[in-house]
Ligand binder design. Structure first.
Ligand SMILES: [Zn+2]
Length: 250
């Protein structure tokens, strides 16, 4: 534990984003949200961001929410529209507890393997489902597997969403072991990092998360959400955006 915290302190200097698994060398186009405020896609100074992909999960998302509540931490959940349609009450619970809910595509497909029409459908249909079920319009899109190309970036931007990847991979999908996830996450963690985790591996995360959280705080850092800076947009922009989506897919 102390060694892990020491490791964190050693690497406390902010560093450039270390996006992994991207197949493009071209960064996504800058985008301004409807309110004119760019979605904040990096943690503020002195913080890191916990992100959870592939939910909502009826069993494990509530477990993760309980751990986060215990430490009074807000995180960012990149959800699949198909699962939001299946478990809308879980998605709403994520929001009710104050977290950021963002887009991870409708059915978790590899964007670079799809044609343009299907990429557009994956992004827009998911955003529409999230909006319809929760009243929240996502400001960010995380492409499944972190893989995207210029076309995907352009379509996401046209849909009003910034692409957000991660800088630290907990590899929970690979290890499914708390000890390994702790080691993998903390071994090279910097201020400003975005940590990738997955709701469906809640069994190991339930044990790993408290250790990771306490180590981050012991290093003098705290936690931040992403992409949810303009909450007013949730109340006022829904129907207008919805119309825009429909025009977009026509
Ligand atoms: Zn995913």
């Amino acid at each position: 534990m102390l060694a892990l915290a020491g490791c964190l302190l050693t690497f406390a200097a902010p560093g450039p984003a270390r996006a992994q698994e991207s197949q493009t060398d071209t960064p996504p186009r800058p985008h301004e949200s409807r309110s004119g405020t760019p979605a904040r896609t990096e943690p503020r100074a002195g913080r890191v961001a916990l992100t959870f992909d592939d939910g909502p999960d009826p069993v494990w998302t509530p477990v993760i929410l309980d751990v986060l509540d215990t430490y009074d931490i807000k995180a960012t959940f990149f959800v699949n529209g198909m699962r939001v349609a299946e478990y809308p009450e879980v998605a709403r619970e994520v929001l009710r507890r104050g977290h950021s809910l963002q887009n991870h595509g409708y059915g978790h497909h590899l964007m670079t393997s799809l044609g343009e029409t299907d990429v557009r459908r994956e992004i827009v249909r998911s955003a529409e489902t999230i909006a319809r079920q929760t009243g929240v319009t996502p400001a960010c899109f995380r492409p499944p597997y972190g893989k995207f190309d210029d076309r995907t970036a352009a379509i996401a931007a046209e849909a009003g969403e910034e692409i957000v990847l991660w800088t630290v991979d907990s590899a929970d999908y690979f290890y499914q072991s708390a000890a390994e996830e702790i080691q993998q996450t903390l071994r090279d963690l910097h201020e400003g990092d975005v940590i990738l985790m997955h709701d469906r591996f809640g069994e190991s995360l339930r044990q790993a998360l408290p250790v990771i959280i306490e180590a981050v705080r012991a290093a003098g850092l705290d936690f931040d959400t992403l992409c949810d800076e303009s909450r007013a947009r949730r109340q006022t922009g829904l129907h207008e955006r919805w119309g825009r989506f429909h025009r977009f897919v026509e």
